[in-house]
Design a protein around this ligand. Structure first.
Ligand SMILES: Nc1nc2c(c(=O)[nH]1)N[C@H]1C(S)=C(S)[C@@H](COP(=O)(O)OP(=O)(O)OC[C@H]3O[C@@H](n4cnc5c(N)ncnc54)[C@H](O)[C@@H]3O)O[C@H]1N2
Ligand code: MOO
Length: 424
């Protein structure tokens, strides 16, 4: 089947075909991966402390007005009506407060509840008090000078506009107001907002579990590579990246080049998504296709017209699990992850597909005649610039890159729009 025929088989709206995509185009492969995860994992209730990195399964709505009461935005005095004012007490943050009447003021701290009847806040540095019936006191200072009881005057105009330095109740949101849509990743900022508006728990999608199987007898995981051995670059690279994409890493194993070991590792993995590295091509010990078949896997994508990374694959495993086969060459594996693993994990986590926001190519971005290219790039003053050391086996360009540019077949001229993907 060629890529064009397969296009009609995989759409966001439709069901995936029973046939699989062989050497399909890069956009088709990415769509197929999202479609494979079209049923997000079930919603669970998580305490705020456990919700980081999950994805909201329902919109986040405020449980209270924010602020929940009229609040002083500054240290100074809450005043009622036009000045001067008779000072009648003090209210600190967290304390209840009594009403004040026209012509009265209370000393107030930032964040304290504004007393009923107060019309504005006079900043400490903008007022001074004079003792009742006495001579004017010093201008109020940070040391508290001039804050004693007495008559309070506003410096300058002698007045303070109504509402000045007051954060009115509900200024940020009203109780019940939706603040964030379902599908939002729970970041530290989301946790803070959720707490501020009264939540102790969040309804989030269960994270897809991932097991990483790193294949290859030649790989070592410490020290200097020698005598044909190679340091495993993907064991360190992939887990934190997949975790940031919404996954829960439940295991990382080095699997030797042995058909039976690989078949059993795939067959018995409890993960929602098994991610393998290496073994995708046609070498003498590239057993992934055979192991997949023996483990009951069904290919959804087998090869993608993209450089690097073209032998990448995606399969469905018994029990509704999936397998993403990343090529062994490290930059090719990264290309496989952005094409297949991340869209699948995002979809399973309940996250929407990120919107493409094209940027401008500063120079010609060289392409492959027939395949999409994924190029490590940086943003320069005049637009996107490619980096050197972009070979499939290299990570040097990627480590300097701000993004991977999606360069369609044939390349892009300077000034053209180019889609950028986040790098690990
Ligand atoms: N006859 C053909 N040979 C190859 C083809 C092809 O179409 N026909 N495709 C090439 C392409 S493109 C790629 S990419 C690789 C993919 O190979 P595999 O997925 O089978 O990966 P391996 O053979 O296991 O390894 C390839 C390469 O990467 C190194 N490697 C593997 N894992 C790691 C790791 N975790 N960290 C660092 N380096 C790793 C491995 O030592 C090899 O050098 O196949 C081409 N061949
Ligand atoms: O296309 Mo392979 O995946 O680059 O070396």
């Amino acid at each position: 089947m060629n890529g064009l025929t397969a296009l009609s088989d995989v759409t966001e709206a439709g069901r995936p075909s029973q046939r699989h995509l062989t050497d399909c185009s890069w956009p088709q492969a990415r769509r197929a991966a999202r479609l494979a995860g079209r049923r997000p994992l079930p919603a669970i209730e998580a305490a705020l402390a456990d919700a980081l990195g999950h994805t909201l399964a329902v919109p986040l709505a405020a449980l209270t007005d924010l602020p929940a009461f009229d609040t002083s935005a500054m240290d100074g005095w809450a005043v009622s009506g036009p000045g001067p004012w008779r000072t009648v007490g003090r209210v600190l943050a967290g304390q209840p407060c009594a009403p004040i009447a026209d012509g009265e003021a209370v000393e107030i701290a930032t964040g304290a509840q504004l007393p009923p009847g107060a019309t504005a806040v006079l900043r400490r540095e903008h007022g001074r008090t004079v003792p009742d019936g006495g001579a004017p006191a010093a201008v109020a200072t940070a040391t508290g000078q001039g804050l004693g009881p007495g008559l309070l005057h506003a410096l300058g105009t002698g007045s303070v506009p109504p509402g000045q330095d007051v954060r009115p109740r509900g200024q940020e949101c009203r109780r019940g107001e939706p603040l964030l849509p379902a599908g939002t990743p729970v970041t530290p900022a989301v946790l803070g907002l959720a707490a501020a508006c009264g939540h102790d728990r969040l309804t989030v999608h269960r994270r897809p579990t991932v097991e990483l199987l790193v294949l290859g007898d030649e790989l070592v995981d410490s020290g200097l590579p020698s005598a044909g051995l190679v340091r495993d670059a993907l064991g360190p690279l992939l887990p934190p990246w997949l975790h940031a994409a919404g996954a829960e890493l439940i295991g990382r194993r080095h699997v030797r080049d042995d058909f039976g070991l690989l078949r059993d590792a795939v067959r018995h993995s409890p993960a929602d998504v098994v991610v393998t590295t290496g073994g995708t091509a046609a070498g003498p010990v590239d057993f992934l296709h055979e192991a997949l078949a023996a483990a009951g896997g069904r290919l959804l994508v087998d090869g993608v017209a993209v450089r690097p990374g073209h032998p990448m694959l995606l399969a469905e495993l018994p029990g509704g699990r999936h397998l993403v086969g990343l090529p062994g060459n490290p930059l090719a594996a990264v290309a496989g992850a952005v094409t297949l693993a991340l869209p699948l994990l995002h979809a399973l986590s309940g996250r929407p597909a990120p919107e493409a926001r094209p940027e401008t190519a500063a120079v010609v971005l060289p392409g492959h005649p027939a395949d999409t290219r994924l190029l490590p790039v940086v943003r320069g003053e005049r637009g996107v610039l490619p980096l050197a050391f972009d070979g499939p086996a290299m990570l040097r360009g990627l480590a300097l890159a701000e993004a991977l540019a999606v360069v369609p077949p044939g390349g892009l001229p300077a000034g053209a729009g180019v889609e950028l993907l986040a790098t690990p």
